[in-house]
Design a protein around this ligand. Structure first.
Ligand code: NAP
Length: 490
């Protein structure tokens, strides 16, 4: 079973003990005492060693040298003396870098030996040879931490978790997050997590509470189904929140992680067979559509997908953004879109899904976009009409849809500086902030509204249904998203 380690580098013994108690209370199994960090912050070695027997959890003691990415500057002899004293005070594990162990072979007598390897230049190394070298050098546990830029590189790390001995192979950086939140599925011996209020001791360490509650590490097994969202950027995505909540709600043995992917083709080749299903976001919606042998009939004319699911032994693509636009509009209007007139602002990927959905539902569609040429191309493809921005104010719309990025994280920017028609439905796809300037004005004008969060939840429910045959618990999912968005706005 994967053990959860919380690294602590406090210089003050009382603070160290208090934070160790907090780590235990939040569910950690082990502590890592980063003596190099504590000493560099002004601690006395004797004070830190005296704390060891009082810790509430077994400890890994680490003295990482500056050339290994730590803060220790003294020589190897002094470092080994510190390790020997830590062992005598009850350290459960001693962590040494493989290179140091090779240069100065040493074995603890009571504690176990964790050998580490850090690579700051990607996973393109001979990693299996590193693990073999660690075992040959006497490692009880082999730990590898590799900085990655793209989630496609994770395949090399996952493959190291074979059954020949305990390994903890993790990736550093935002693209490395799945290696940590899927540690239980990968069969990693250890995973490092930070206290929620800490920045962490390595880039990409997840918060302990998120690891245990959102990603349900304790329930993960090698058989647990993996789902995820791929895109760049990806850190802002609310999808892990809602889909993990859905899996937990229905007791489904599955976990959902965010994958920072720059090269969708390389990722699909390296990791495509890991997944029960995928969400796909900007900028990969078209690339994935082209890579799949099969797409749903509604996705094919859009040429972009936001969902991959398995049908028997094949992968199929779907565009649940389009169905979400239709459903949200129908619900808000209380009926069919047939014969309605929709004015779509924007001509990018989201506008494309909206225009297709509206036309397929029998609505008349007008398109206004900053770049007229893109509006013209989209209109020609779906038999819609271009309205130049300068004339948009007088367009006779029943539905006004903002499918531009205007207003995104800029609540005072508006894509529509004109008066609003009080009888119209105003739909803003932007959901961060939730209460956009456009929606605020629409409410004041007496319009009915659809928010970006309404659309987000609707497209997510279409994904969840395809993956599991179940319904996403919408009220819980909405509440979780509102809480997360509220946190972001403070
Ligand atoms: P996209 O493909 O990059 O298209 C962006 C669109 O915004 C283009 O039409 C672009 O016009 C326009 N635009 C950008 N900056 C502008 C500015 N300063 N003034 C006027 N127009 C501007 O993006 P997308 O994927 O379609 O996404 C569009 C929005 O929909 C985003 O805010 C996204 O978060 C949101 N969205 C929400 C959901 C949901 O579930 N709620 C789902 C998908 C998308 P040009 O053609 O002139 O560049």
């Amino acid at each position: 079973m994967t053990q959860v380690v919380v690294p602590l580098g406090d210089a003050e013994p009382a603070a160290l003990l208090a934070r160790a108690a907090r780590a235990r209370q939040l569910g950690a199994d082990l502590l890592e005492l980063r003596l190099d960090l504590a000493l560099a912050a002004g601690a006395r070695a004797a004070d830190l060693l005296a704390v060891l027997p009082q810790l509430p959890l077994p400890a890994i003691v680490t003295v990482r040298h500056q050339r290994e990415g730590g803060r220790w500057q003294d020589d190897e002899r002094a470092r080994l003396r510190l390790y020997e004293e830590a062992e005598a005070r009850g350290a459960a594990w001693i962590d040494r870098e493989l290179a140091a162990q090779r240069e100065h072979p040493w074995r603890p007598t009571r504690a176990r030996l964790l050998l580490s390897y850090h690579a700051w230049s990607g996973a393109g190394q001979a990693l299996p040879e590193v693990v073999a070298a660690m075992r040959a050098a006497g490692a009880d546990l082999a730990k590898l931490a590799v900085l990655v830029r793209d989630a496609a590189e994770l395949a090399a790390l996952r493959a190291l978790h074979d059954r020949r001995g305990p390994v903890a192979a993790m990736a550093m950086g935002e693209a490395g997050l799945p290696s940590r939140v899927l540690a239980g599925v990968w069969g990693a011996a250890l995973v490092y997590a930070r206290l929620p209020e800490d920045p962490g001791t390595a880039p990409g360490q997840p918060a302990l509470d998120e690891l245990l509650t959102l990603y349900r590490l304790r329930a993960q097994r090698p058989e647990t189904a993996v789902y995820g969202v791929i895109g760049a950027p990806i850190a802002h995505s609310l999808s892990p929140l809602v889909h993990n909540l859905g899996f937990a709600h229905h007791g489904i043995d599955a976990v959902y992680a965010p994958f920072l992917v720059h090269d969708a083709r390389a990722f699909w080749q390296a990791c495509g067979d890991w997944f029960g299903g995928l969400s796909v976001t900007v900028p990969h919606k078209q690339t994935l559509a082209a890579l799949l042998a099969e797409c749903e009939p509604e996705a094919a004319p859009i040429g972009a997908i936001n969902t991959v699911y398995r049908r028997a032994d094949r992968c199929c693509g779907a565009n649940t953004d389009a169905e979400a636009v239709r459903r949200c509009c129908e619900r808000a209007l209380g009926g069919s879109l047939h014969g309605r007139c929709a004015l779509v602002l924007g001509a990018g990927g989201a506008a494309r899904a909206a225009v297709h959905a509206l036309r397929a539902a029998g609505a008349r569609v007008l398109i206004s976009n900053r770049t007229p040429q893109r509006a013209a191309e989209l209109a020609a493809e779906f038999a819609a009409t271009v309205v130049p921005l300068a004339q948009a104010a007088t367009a006779p719309y029943d539905i006004l849809i903002n499918a531009t990025t205007v207003g995104l994280r800029a609540p005072d920017d508006t894509p529509w500086p004109h008066p609003l028609r009080p009888e119209a439905l105003v739909f803003d796809m932007v959901y961060d902030p939730l209460d956009t300037g456009l929606l605020r004005r629409a409410r004041v004008a007496g319009c009915s509204v659809v928010s970006g969060l309404d659309m987000f939840l609707e497209q997510a429910s279409g994904q969840f249904r395809r993956w599991t045959g179940r319904e996403l618990p919408m009220a819980e999912a909405r509440a979780a998203c509102l809480a997360r968005l509220a946190q972001r706005s403070v």
